[in-house]
Design a protein around this ligand. Structure first.
Ligand SMILES: [Zn+2]
Length: 236
């Protein structure tokens, strides 16, 4: 028996780490990280022991996909923006543009139909522009409250992170975050700003987050529950 017999999507990564850890991602990839010295038999035993938990995570993914089918970038698709669902409406006009109209996210194209890639590209440009504005705004709102200044701010699409703060005070935000409700956006902004003071997730760090956002736990939980809905087109 091998690890792939247990779960075909399982990969093993060995490194200098101290203990075995297992992760199940929203695309069903399973990663086992193990210390170099641990034998394959021990790893297998660990995976078998964790099988009920893995299956629970896979089942959660399946239910989530059923509830929120992946976006096809077609007319009528549901798209999240600041925590609200908008219906994608494709129109034909002289100029290509994207705008919100009540509960619709309208996208005009120069031709009757466009390949999915064009639609995704236009949506990405629009979301990134909105995110840059809004995130910059929220950082400007909260940064003066934090005793340490930040050096710079960037916006990127990241695979599995919503934000980061480097040791030198460079902030980086995933612009897909703008799909989440504004309170969740604020939580990530405050979280990263608090890293300017504490470069870790110690109790002191969480206490500081709590001073600026006493109900941060519910927004952290929102990201955990709905994080995999924050994507546009195929994959993140
Ligand atoms: Zn953090």
């Amino acid at each position: 028996m091998s690890l792939a017999d247990l779960f075909p999507t399982l990969t093993l990564e060995k490194s200098q780490r101290r203990s075995i850890a297992i992760g199940v991602y929203s695309d069903d990839r399973i990663t086992v990280r193990a210390p170099l010295r641990v034998s394959l038999r021990d790893i297998e035993r660990f995976v078998i022991e964790k099988t009920p938990w893995i299956q629970k995570r896979l089942e959660h993914n399946r239910r989530h996909r059923e509830k929120f089918p992946p976006m096809t970038c077609k007319e009528g698709d549901s798209i999240l923006y600041l925590g609200q669902d908008y219906r994608l409406t494709l129109l034909k006009e002289k100029k290509q543009k994207v705008w919100l109209d009540q509960n619709q996210l309208c996208l005009s194209l120069k031709q009757d139909s466009a390949p999915k890639e064009t639609v995704i590209k236009l949506l990405h440009q629009w979301f990134k522009a909105q995110a840059t504005d809004i995130l910059q705004d929220r950082v400007d709102l909260y940064a003066p409250l934090i005793p340490k200044p930040f050096k710079g701010i960037r916006f990127r699409r990241m695979k599995s992170r919503w934000g980061s703060c480097s040791y030198h005070g460079e902030l980086c935000f995933n612009w897909l975050l703008i799909m989440a409700p504004i309170e969740v956006v604020d939580y990530v902004v405050i979280h990263e700003l608090c890293h300017l003071v504490h470069h870790n997730h110690s109790q002191k760090f969480w206490n500081l987050v709590h001073t600026y956002m006493p109900d941060y736990k519910q927004h952290k939980e929102w990201l955990k529950q709905h994080g995999n809905r924050l994507m546009l087109g195929s994959g993140k």
